[in-house]
Design a protein. Structure first.
Length: 361
């Protein structure tokens, strides 16, 4: 069974650190045109998933999917359900921003999600401190973050929350407070990312101009390790470098990327994969997308596949099949003899990038 990813490429403003493909939205016209193009793509793309395929997971990300009106969201869902068999969908996630949840609650956006079978909501909180949110140029306040979580909790029992650590303004006390608030909110899943300078972000320009200095690596490590210990003490399991969940609440859609299952990506910039060697992607360009540009594709070589398996697998607590490293000198991985798998020990996950590099070809 396969997954579907849908990219909604619009934001009302850009967050300082973000490098995702997205266009600034000023009116509803562009979203209308986009939704029409997306429905067309859904009706015409047969490359990876023939009509009637059974879908296991759906993930709507962005950009900002919560920018859509209930009607636009329902149009996309209707097109989806006309093309594919959604009767076995285990997980349907939508990414939302707190400001949309607060301002569009009365428009029935959350009800539309529920009606269409959304059963998991991923909310970009990033911090519960207004000073941080201003610096990141987020569109919401700390109070809105809490209000949005409260509203979501009244309708959904599978909520994921994103946080960011490792930026200069964040003190240890504030990080502790962010984690405490995240846990107290009752969410089932927490993703936490260390701030990095994405070359496509505003931060990259600030860094070039000397207006931004990255946080000291020792401080980042302290914050990461504090988070690991704190979240585990609160009943969360760390199942991937940046992801923690209560038992049974891991992201099924994201996990299927790590185990290289097939998925179809729709929308500008979205990638598709046949589960074996073929990867295709839509150019990250809204204008070309509206003109129905064909996706680009590549065939993965044996070395590409090996590297993908190592890179993706070692990010997870499940690790990789030991056979994959047959003949390699293994020196900094842990080994589970019962499962015959190698994995990175929890205390080494902070330096996982450099460990993974040792095993790439
Ligand atoms: S973080 Fe999300 S809301 Fe902010 S610019 Fe990136 S895609 Fe848009």
């Amino acid at each position: 069974m396969a997954g579907i990813y849908i990219h909604i490429p619009f934001c009302k403003s850009f967050c300082t650190y973000c490098g995702f493909y997205s266009k600034l939205i000023r009116n509803n016209g562009a979203t209308e045109l986009f939704v029409a193009a997306l429905v067309k793509e859904l009706e015409s793309r047969r490359m990876f998933l023939p009509k009637g395929s059974i879908i296991k997971t759906i993930y709507m990300g962005g950009g900002t999917p919560s920018i859509l009106s209930p009607k636009q969201f329902m149009s996309i869902f209707t097109a989806l359900s006309q093309q594919y068999d959604l009767s076995s969908v285990e997980e349907f996630t939508i990414e939302v921003n707190p400001d949309d949840i607060c301002s569009k609650y009365s428009e029935g956006l959350l009800e539309a999600f529920k009606t269409c079978g959304v059963n998991r909501v991923s909310i970009g909180i990033q911090s519960f401190c207004d000073e941080h949110l201003n610096w990141m140029n987020r569109r919401h306040s700390a109070a809105q973050a809490e209000q949005a979580l409260h509203l979501l909790r009244s309708l959904f029992d599978n909520i994921s929350l994103d946080l960011i650590f490792g930026f200069p303004l964040l003190s240890h006390e504030q990080w502790k407070n962010n984690l405490e608030k995240a846990v107290a909110s009752g969410v089932q899943h927490i993703s936490a990312y260390q701030l990095s300078v994405d070359p496509e972000s505003v931060l990259a320009q600030q860094s070039k101009d000397g207006h931004f200095l990255e946080c000291d690596e020792d401080i980042c490590r302290t914050q990461y390790e504090f988070m690991q210990n704190y979240l585990v003490s609160k009943g969360f399991d760390q199942y991937e470098i940046s992801n923690f969940c209560k038992k049974g609440f891991h992201s099924r859609h994201n996990s299927s990327y790590w185990t290289r299952e097939p998925y179809l990506g729709l929308g500008p910039g979205a990638h598709s994969f046949d589960g074996s060697r073929l990867r295709c992607w839509n150019e990250p360009d809204l204008a070309n997308y509206l003109e129905r540009a064909e996706p680009e594709c590549e065939m993965l070589s044996d070395v590409d596949i090996y590297n993908e398996k190592v890179m993706l697998g070692l990010r997870t607590s499940a690790g990789i099949d030991a056979e994959l490293l047959r003949g390699a000198v293994v020196h900094n991985l842990s080994y589970d003899p019962a499962k015959n798998r190698y994995y990175i020990a929890k205390q080494d996950l902070f330096i996982s990038d450099s460990i993974i590099l040792d095993y790439l070809q």
